[in-house]
Design a protein around this ligand. Structure first.
Ligand code: PNS
Length: 161
């Protein structure tokens, strides 16, 4: 059984992330989408909210699980029984950071390897930050995130959180 982990901030999950999740779920037997509990950043959504949103939008994907983690990714991957980390590459600008991340992870643990999937051209421009910026000005985010996610994002900005 080939298990892979797809880590990230997912603040919030976008159609770009979902595209990677769907494609990875066709390649691997089981995918765990793991949300980093990063106290350093100040996220729009709490860790519990991000996990809840991800569970909702992946509920029809039987081999996709969702969890969260603190600390080093490779430690979480090992604990989850995953020896592959999935990352999406949107453009060349992602490459340097992703290369550094994957090489660092491999130095930390040589049993864990990174597989890159290139984001579909439809979503190459898309990021969670863009979604938040557009929504914060009341713009239309329906092309960027599923309806459930859009509703949660707008609710946050209406409440002024
Ligand atoms: O969605 P993001 O914010 O680009 O995801 C980044 C993430 C979560 C993959 C990365 O920050 C991470 O793995 N953090 C955990 C700490 C760690 O293991 N860092 C790698 C060694 S520098």
């Amino acid at each position: 059984m080939k298990k892979a982990i797809y880590p990230g901030s997912f603040d919030p999950v976008t159609y770009g992330h979902l595209d990677i999740i769907k494609r990875a779920a066709m390649i691997f037997d089981e995918i765990t989408v793991s949300v980093l509990n990063n106290s350093g950043k100040s996220p729009l959504f709490s860790i519990e909210e991000r996990v809840k949103i991800l569970k909702e939008v992946t509920k029809d994907m039987p081999n996709v699980k969702v969890d969260s983690f603190n600390g080093l990714l490779v430690e979480h991957a090992k604990k989850s029984g995953a020896d592959v980390v999935i990352r999406g590459l949107r453009a060349i600008t992602d490459f340097e950071y992703e290369l550094q991340l994957s090489q660092t992870n491999r130095k930390l643990c040589d049993q864990v390897d990174t597989v890159f999937l290139t984001t579909s051209l439809d979503y190459a421009y898309l990021s969670s930050s863009t979604v938040k910026e557009v929504a914060s000005y009341g713009g239309d985010i329906s092309k960027f995130v599923p309806p459930y996610v859009a509703e949660m994002v707008y609710r946050k900005y209406q409440k002024g959180e």
